[in-house]
Each structure stands twice: as structure tokens, then as C-alpha cells.
Design a protein around this ligand. Structure first.
Ligand SMILES: [Zn+2]
Length: 413
């Protein structure tokens, strides 16, 4: 058959996404499938079942990463890999991550139905804990697989209730025996929603990011002095929450003070004892800094640390800082990015060469093999929220681009 005419089945892709959206569905129309939760397990069971239906050889490694392999004509050649993640944010959306897993599955189903054999093997992957919201940091399992993070360090990470990553992985039955260690991969494509407004604003269907910004994560702990709020005068207080408030605004103004090329956010805070009539004596908050330039982000952090120490000293609230995680910026392989753009054009879709502000497992895969991503528009640019949405026709378009990128790359000798 003429493979250039081959297309995925958009209705089947939609049905699979709708089926997955039932697992951990939230009343607001989103999904809550936190990593290593019962919902995550149910989602995984469904994915494995679907993989087996089309005769993929399923492997689960010791990080719980799920691989579904389809043999090639020349099966000893390194495979072409594609996938993303099935976990979600708390009250997250129905497309983030799962679109890339279902998109790759739909490509495999299409090849299966049409009895297409590629030269190289193809592998779908579902990476464990991409989000990092239950267990920080993010993208840990592609990180371990790529050799950038330590397995046992990740196993020991705890959630807000003190549960350990390794124990939860075991509890849901997805701690496999195969080592989580990279093997030769010819190329990696990740299909994902954009999670920003650029494609919609410019009325384009397919985005091809030239790479991903660096991600730097920090954790700040402040100690104050608790006391009854009524009898304690304002002067001489050591209010940890007030210190945090000043610090949070310092984070918010940091990009301006650094003349741009970065974003900085405090997204999570815990306040103790969190009572209206006790002066707060313990605060933890997170800092997230992203830039295309790692050095710029590090300079910004130095400036911010000076602010933090000054504020903590002035308010008498001792500070401890953990430099939790740094994932360097990832410039993708230009020939692969070009292939995404060219393939979009061949299929009649408009496209945009851009950057990714969001982190993805593709960051770590980029350290292992030539990597590229395929973006489709997020309606209103909204993501990590229940109203996250992408049109079904755009999902279909992106999966068709993925299909043809995979076909071309898997036939390279
Ligand atoms: Zn994602």
C-alpha cells in the first residue's frame, strides 16, 4: 500500500481518551490521576490491556515505566520510541500526558490494522511520575532511565503524608524487575498538548518546539515563633508567614529585575500551625525558575537567595533552603524538529517553530537520543486545570503527524 495515504482513526483516538478520562474523573470535568495512586494503577491496567490487544511485548521496569514494543523487520536495530505520561496534576486535565500515550497507541493500532512492518522496532512508553506534584521532582522516571537521577533517591522521596515513592510503586503492583537503565534508542518523539497560548494565537495546528526551557526547583523552610495573636504585640513578632509573603513577591518580580528571558513562580505553600489565632511558626514553599539560559536562571537564583536571607534576618525567621532539582535546558535535534514541521506541511496542517515552557520527559530523553516533540493547541492556553481542552480534530492532526514522523524515522537504516 501507499503508506503516505495512511491515516490514524480519529474516532478511535477520541474514544480511548474519553475512556481514560473516566479513570479519576473530577466533578469539574477534569482528571485526578496522581502518580502511584489507585487511579494511576487503574489507568496503567487499561493501557497494558490495550497494548496486549495489538500484540505489543509489554515490559515494566523497576521505576514502573511501561514499555510496549512492536517488532521491526530488522529487529536488532535500535527502536524508535514515542510516549508520554498517564499521571496527572491534582484536578488536572484530560489531555496532558495521556494524549501522547494514546496517540502513540493509536499509531500502533493503525500499523497493526494495516499490517505495516517498519524496518526498526517501535516502542510506546508511559513514564512514571512525570508531574512531580505528589512526589517532587518531576520527570523522575525518565530521569532515572536516562541515568540523570539515582533510583534509590527517587524511591525515598515522600509525599505530603509521608508515603514513600518506592513503597507506593510496590503497593500498586508496578515495581517491575527490569533495570531502569537506558538502552540504545534511534529517536524519541513526544506528542503533547502545548499547555500555552501560542498555537491558538497564531492559528496554527502543529507546534514543533526547538527545545525545552531549563527547570530549577527549590524548597524553602522558614521557622517563626508561635504565640497567641491577641495578647502578642506587633513589634518583636517572628511571623514566618509574613516573611514568606515578602519572599513570594520577590520571586514574582525576579524576572523583571533580571530583564526577562525567564519565569519564576511560587506554586505551593504549607503554613503551620495554620490557625487563625496563632502566629505562624513554620512555612514551607516552593520556587520554580525556568529559562532558555541555564546560567541566567542560576544568576537569578543567586539574587533571590540574597533577598531571602535579608528578609529572614530582618524578620527573625531562620531559613533553610533545599536546592531540590535542576534539569538543564534541552535543545532538540534539529533534523527531527525539521521533520515534524515538514510532515505537518505534507499532511496539510499549518505549523509553528517555537519553544516549550513546560517540562517533559523529552528533556531527559534528549540526553539519550535525538528527540523532538509534536504540540497541538490548548484551548485558551489553559493546562493543569480541569477545563484543559484540545479539539478532537487537533488531537487527530497531531497523531497523524506522529504516525508519519514515526514511519519515516523507523525506516532509516
Ligand atoms: Zn505532561
Amino acid at each position: 500500500m501507499d503508506l503516505s495515504k495512511l491515516r490514524i482513526d480519529g474516532a478511535r483516538l477520541r474514544a480511548s481518551l474519553e475512556e481514560m478520562a473516566k479513570i479519576g474523573a473530577t466533578p469539574g470535568g477534569g482528571v485526578q490521576r496522581l502518580t502511584l495512586s489507585d487511579e494511576d494503577k487503574r489507568g496503567r491496567d487499561q493501557i497494558v490491556k490495550w497494548m496486549k490487544e495489538i500484540d505489543l511485548a509489554v515490559t515494566i521496569d523497576e521505576m514502573g515505566n511501561i514499555f510496549g514494543r512492536r517488532a521491526g523487520k530488522n529487529d536488532s536495530l535500535p527502536p524508535v520510541m514515542s510516549g508520554s505520561h498517564a499521571d496527572s496534576q491534582p484536578k488536572g486535565g484530560r489531555f496532558d500526558g495521556i494524549l501522547g500515550v494514546m496517540g502513540a497507541l493509536e499509531v500502533m493500532r493503525t500499523l497493526h490494522d494495516n499490517k505495516v512492518r517498519t524496518e526498526r522496532p517501535l516502542v510506546i512508553v508511559d513514564w512514571t511520575n512525570e508531574e512531580g506534584s505528589r512526589f517532587a521532582p518531576a520527570m523522575v522516571s525518565s530521569g532515572v532511565w536516562a541515568g540523570a537521577l539515582e533510583r534509590d533517591w527517587v524511591y525515598a522521596r515522600t509525599d505530603i503524608n509521608g508515603k514513600k515513592f518506592g513503597e507506593e510503586l510496590e503497593r500498586i503492583g508496578y515495581k517491575g524487575k527490569v533495570p531502569a537503565a537506558k538502552w540504545p534508542v534511534h529517536a524519541y518523539y513526544e506528542f503533547h498538548i502545548e499547555q500555552g497560548p501560542m498555537l491558538e494565537r497564531q492559528k496554527r495546528t502543529i507546534g514543533a518546539p526547538k527545545g525545552i526551557l531549563c527547570l530549577h526547583w527549590y524548597d524553602v523552610y522558614l521557622t517563626g515563633e508561635a504565640n497567641q495573636v491577641g495578647p502578642t504585640p506587633m513589634e518583636g513578632r517572628h511571623d514566618a508567614l509574613c516573611a514568606a509573603a515578602e519572599m513570594i513577591l520577590a520571586v514574582n518580580t525576579l524576572p523583571d529585575r533580571m530583564h526577562g528571558n525567564m519565569v519564576a513562580t511560587v506554586g505551593e505553600i504549607q503554613n503551620k500551625p495554620n490557625s487563625r489565632n496563632i502566629i505562624p511558626d513554620g512555612v514551607h514553599f516552593t520556587v520554580d525558575i525556568r529559562s532558555w539560559d541555564d546560567e541566567h536562571a542560576l544568576k537569578a537564583w543567586e539574587l533571590l537567595k540574597t533577598d531571602f536571607h535579608e528578609i529572614a534576618a530582618r524578620r527573625g525567621t531562620p531559613i533553610r533552603i533545599d536546592e531540590t532539582w535542576r534539569c538543564p535546558h534541552a535543545p532538540f535535534a534539529e533534523p527531527l524538529v525539521r521533520r515534524v514541521l515538514d510532515t505537518a506541511g505534507e499532511l496539510g496542517y499549518s505549523s509553528l517553530h517555537m519553544v516549550s515552557g513546560a517540562g517533559h520527559d523529552a528533556s531527559y530523553m534528549n540526553q539519550v537520543c535525538p528527540t523532538a516533540m509534536i504540540f497541538v493547541p490548548s484551548i485558551g492556553g489553559r493546562s493543569h486545570v480541569e477545563v484543559e481542552n484540545t479539539s478532537w480534530s487537533d488531537c487527530e492532526a497531531g497523531a497523524n503527524v506522529l504516525l508519519h514522523c514515526l514511519l519515516k524515522t523507523a525506516d532509516e537504516r
